[in-house]
Each structure stands twice: as C-alpha cells, then as structure tokens.
Design a protein around this ligand. Structure first.
Ligand code: GTP
Ligand code: MG
Length: 213
C-alpha cells in the first residue's frame, strides 16, 4: 500500500515535469474535407519523415482519431515537442447517398456513413484532452455555419487556445478575409496544405499560442 502511494507520488511529479510540459497535445479539428489530415501529414513529414493518415477527396476519410507522438518542431531557435492528433471531420448530418456519387456501392457508403458518425462522437469526446487546437477550414467554403461556430465555441468554453487555419489558399475561389471577419477575435492564418504555402506563419502562431497553455 505504502509503496503504491509512493510510486504514484513520483509518477505524478514525473508527469507534471515531463508529461504535460514535455508533449503538447495538438488537435486538428474542423469540418470534413477541409484538409486536416493534409496539414497534419505535411507537418509530420517535415519533422519526422512519416505521415499520420490517408487523404481523400471523398469526405469523412478520417473516421478514427489518429496520433503521431514525439513530433519535435523547431521555430527560430526554439523547440517544442508535440503529440499530433488528427480527428474525424465534424458534420451536423451525414447522408450515405452523398457517397454514391464517388462510385461507391450502397453497402460501402452506408458503412462509411455509420463509421463517420461514430468518428464525430469520438472527435468531440477527445476535445477536452487537447492542449491546443488548430481548426482547419476550407477557405473556398462559407465559414458561417453551425459546425464551425459550435467547435470554436466549445474550445473557448474549455479555455483551450485555438488557431484558425484558412486552408486551400492556392484555389482562386478561396477567401481568407471572409474567415477573418467571421472569426475576428481569433488568430487566422491562410495556408495551402497542398503546396506548403505560409507554413512559417503557421508555426509562428503555434509557438505564440503555446505560451497560453
Ligand atoms: N487545392 C487544395 N486542396 C487541398 C488542400 N489541402 C487539402 N486539399 C484536398 O482536400 C481534400 C481533403 O483533404 P483531407 O486532408 O483528406 O481533409 P480532412 O479535413 O482530413 O478530411 P476528413 O478526414 O474527411 O475530415 C483532398 O482531396 C486534398 O487533396 C490545399 O491546400 N489545396
Ligand atoms: Mg482527415
């Protein structure tokens, strides 16, 4: 009994010093198809040589939370260790029929819709565990919707620092200004996860926000 208390005591101290401070849990959240996995892959590839998951033009490609631990990122001589957490896209409704246009059969489409719904529950459940969250939005889409407002509102309520990424700025239809005015109280960084445009500004914002944890 005493040994157990003793062990727990040291484990707690150890995790306070090395656990919390050692690895920042960085979550990638947002609607489906916004480029969460593309961005997480790019970062992981740059700093570890490995990717985190698969990317697809079909929405709800990520249907389970996926991690990459011990991703050390350097910025202007500073270094921080991250646990990267890529999450399933959050949507208010999933209709299996939407997948049929991608040449998917009915059985697979129904299975994808079921798993995607479970994935959303998982994403939301994990929210509380995050130290820092990047909300990835597709800058060609209208940012004023229930999903975005709910995700960001939830993060603010939990006092989790948030960075909003306006992704896909390589596309002519993209509009960072619209995202900036929709979420004017937050840091917004326009990037292209596909081309790697503006990643430096992204890292700068992440390092700045990490001070608020
Ligand atoms: N043009 C352009 N396309 C992008 C960019 N980033 C991602 N995409 C494309 O957008 C689609 C979705 O990318 P994912 O990274 O799978 O998006 P996600 O947010 O992880 O999607 P879910 O896992 O379904 O929630 C893919 O076809 C990507 O190639 C970008 O910066 N520019
Ligand atoms: Mg994904």
């Amino acid at each position: 009994m005493e040994i157990k208390i003793f062990k727990n005591f040291f484990r707690n101290i150890f995790s306070k010093i090395f656990g919390k401070r050692g690895e920042i849990k960085l979550g990638f959240y947002g609607p489906p198809n916004a480029g969460k996995t593309s961005l997480a892959n790019r970062i992981c590839k740059d700093w570890t040589g490995q990717e985190i998951g698969t990317v697809s033009k079909i929405p709800h490609e990520t249907r389970n939370i996926q991690f990459k631990e011990k991703v050390e990122i350097g910025y202007k001589g500073r270094k921080l260790m991250f646990k990267m957490i890529d999450t399933p896209g959050i949507a208010t409704k999933i209709d299996y029929e939407d997948f049929l246009k991608y040449n998917m059969n009915k059985k697979d489409a129904k299975e994808r819709a079921k798993k995607a719904t479970q994935g959303i529950v998982e994403s939301i459940k994990w929210l509380d565990d995050m130290d820092l969250v990047v909300v990835v939005l597709d800058a060609t889409q209208n940012p004023y919707n229930q999903v975005n407002i709910t995700i960001i509102g939830n993060l603010v309520a939990r006092k989790i620092p948030v960075l909003i990424v306006a992704n896909k700025i390589d596309l002519r239809k993209s509009n960072i200004k619209k995202i900036e005015s929709a979420f004017s109280e937050y840091d917004v960084v326009g990037i292209s996860a596909k081309d790697g445009t503006n990643l430096e500004e992204f890292y700068e914002s992440i390092f700045k926000l990490s001070k608020k944890i």
